[in-house]
Design a protein around this ligand. Sequence first.
Ligand SMILES: [Fe+2]
Ligand SMILES: [Fe+2]
Length: 244
Amino acid sequence: MLLLRAATARLQLSQSSLAARAARPLLASSSSYASSAPASLFASLRAMATTMGSPSIISMINQDHAKFKNLWNEYQGPNMNGEMKQKLGWALIREIAMHSSAEEEVMYPEIRKRLGDQAADMLLGQDGHQHIKDLLTELDRMTVEKDGEAAYTAKLKQAMDHLYHHIDDEENKVWPQFCALPGVDADLLSHLGKKFEGAKAHAVTRPHPWAPNKPPLNVIANMATAPLDAAADMWRFAGHPPTM
Ligand SMILES: [Fe+2]
Ligand SMILES: [Fe+2]
């Protein structure tokens, strides 16, 4: 009986160390963007970054952010021709549109619900995603072939510069303050992660700066517009929109 208890304890110990090891890559990817957060806040944010169930919304959002940075680095890499840059530009437009749409359906309303509109406006900033959508709409009307590689890259750089500031704000200011609110725990973050995943599944894939950006109107507008974007993407990506 004693031997059985000792074996069970060893098994539980090795399971928890395996789980800790599995969680490490997600913690590492989100931690590199949060270097300016206070240590205690940063530690609590890291603790909430993954749960034993579904991934937390924080880790999902931050993984998207890392993906945008990787695509932009790839765009600026050596041996990239115009066609390759065009495909990466289109992929960035698609990924950023989906991400912004899901944040506006799930994360931002949750922040508003818990903070109230006035405090949420202060934390999120008045502009939100608007300027990024405006710039990506301009970019979406351009092509490398029609406007030239230099002009296309300059417009994309403008959008990415703004996006980098926005990402820095979200990861180092907005998420830490949200995670410190009463009632925000690992279960909630995991639940929101599931909702975020669902919102991305029916998200728009092009920027729509004139569309409503708050529930419930944004949800209705996204559902009505997403099929049109999907049809346009089938043409743009020759029947194979990227799945990243
Ligand atoms: Fe955002
Ligand atoms: Fe974001």
